[in-house]
Design a protein around this ligand. Structure first.
Ligand code: HSE
Length: 435
């Protein structure tokens, strides 16, 4: 059989890793795919050092690769929205299959891209876009296909998890750890995508669509990053038996779908609370299987290449299959996607960690708890730290039971107006992740 010819767009961290893995494991891959898979062309402005480019025709024009009639599969590893979107659409138009690690592209333009691919009968595979080397797309789309997915929660940004872990374990400075993550090739080109939760929101958007069979709706994903997390909050959370992780959470409720990315307290005894460094993990609750947990490297050259190459092999195996019988891009048949609404953040229900600075005098706590009581908010645990020597402001830390976010917003608004409360209240959502 003729080899399958791959055109790589990008030879940076992931592109270089992909070329290396395809060449190093060529024999094993051919045994799996049933055909040799060869990178014949690549478009790149820069080539990572130590990459063996023998046999690869390298140019700097990505459109030339996409328009090359010899190429069967285009692997888009440039990232970003443009020109990635045009390149992918052009590849589809040319009847080529596409593999991409570009979560931003899929989250924002996936509906359009999949529709175009459907019309042309080609595949667009994007395993590497979510949670690096963890085969979470395959697990959700195929392994868990029998289930109604009830919810999933994931640590899906390696850079953010690396920063939180280093801050907690080594007391390192935020910017210092971020610089290291950039040097290691974990961080996005624009690292605010990592620290402000945008990258995680891209990934959660994709996971939610595949879990619940709804169109991709990035614009409805609530996104909050880790840049405001302080060491104080990390320490108080630990005293209360919790870890702070940056989670993407999506849940199907009777009213609609929750779609949210934010720092979250989770009980330290949960396995996912112990996922540290650049590692990612996704906890999925299915009605038949119960909870399942997927863990692995969420970023980095060869871990991400592992997912890219698996997609290339998948495409190679199914190229001859009738398009109607392939696994649908979003797990559900395109004509069976549902219009279940995405809930506004005010409608979601979670527990909370609250930290406030209060004047240390009798009756203050009563004023605070009265407001919480009036808003139907029950307190689960509390710590009060006496003021530092010579000061009169005490820190009050509370964990609450689950409540609708709009009620918590109102409670916080009223408490912040009290004369005895100084500054803003810190609020971090809390999830037990047990049902
Ligand atoms: N910047 C991403 C991360 C890369 O840190 O997780 C993998 O998508």
């Amino acid at each position: 059989m003729k080899p399958i010819k791959v055109g790589l767009l990008g030879l940076g961290t992931v592109g270089g890793g992909t070329a290396n893995v395809l060449s190093r494991n060529a024999q094993e891959i051919a045994r799996r795919a049933g055909r040799e898979i060869r990178v014949t062309h690549a478009a790149a402005r820069e080539v990572i050092p130590a990459l063996n480019t023998e046999g690869i025709d390298i140019c700097d024009d990505a459109f030339a690769v996409v328009n090359n009639p010899e190429i069967d599969i285009v692997v888009e590893l440039i990232g970003g929205y443009d020109p990635a979107r045009q390149l992918v659409l052009q590849a589809i138009e040319n009847g080529k299959h596409v593999v991409t690690a570009n979560k931003a592209l899929i989250a924002l333009h996936g509906n359009e891209i999949f529709e175009a691919a459907q019309k042309k009968g080609v595949m667009v595979a994007f395993e590497a876009g979510v949670a690096g080397g963890i085969p979470i797309i395959k697990a959700l789309r195929e392994g868990l296909a029998a289930n109604q997915i009830e919810w999933l929660a994931g640590i899906i940004n390696g850079t953010g998890n690396f920063i939180l872990t280093e801050m907690r374990d080594k007391g390192r400075d935020f910017s210092d750890v971020l610089a290291e993550a950039q040097a290691l090739g974990y961080a996005e080109a624009d690292p605010t995508f990592d620290v402000e939760g945008i990258d995680a929101a891209h990934k959660l958007t994709i996971l939610a669509s595949i879990a619940f069979g709804v169109p991709l709706q990035f614009e409805k994903t609530y996104t909050e990053g880790i840049s405001k997390i302080t060491r104080e909050d990390v320490n108080y959370a630990e005293q209360l038996g919790y870890r702070i992780k940056h989670l993407g959470v999506t849940r199907k409720t009777e009213k609609g779908i929750e779609l949210r990315v934010h720092p979250t307290l989770i009980p330290e005894r949960r396995l996912i609370a112990n996922v540290d460094g650049v590692m990612n993990a996704v906890l999925v609750q299915g009605d038949a299987v119960g909870p399942t947990l997927y863990y692995g490297a969420g970023a980095g050259s060869e871990p991400t290449a592992s997912a890219v190459v698996a997609d290339v092999i998948d495409v190679a195996r199914t190229m001859t299959v009738d398009p109607e019988n392939r696994v649908p891009h979003l797990a559900f048949q395109p004509n069976a996607l549902s219009d279940t609404p995405v809930l506004a953040m005010e409608q979601i229900v979670t527990a909370y960690y609250l930290r406030m600075q209060a004047v240390d005098r009798p009756g203050v706590l009563a004023e605070v708890t009265q407001i919480l009581g009036e808003q139907g908010i029950s307190i689960e645990a509390m710590i009060q730290k006496e003021p530092a020597e010579g000061e009169s402001i005490a820190s009050i830390i509370m964990l609450t039971q689950r409540v609708v976010e709009s009620q918590m917003n109102e409670a916080i608004r009223r408490i912040e107006q009290l004369d005895v409360i100084e500054g803003d209240i810190t609020r971090i959502r809390l999830e037990q992740l047990d049902k």
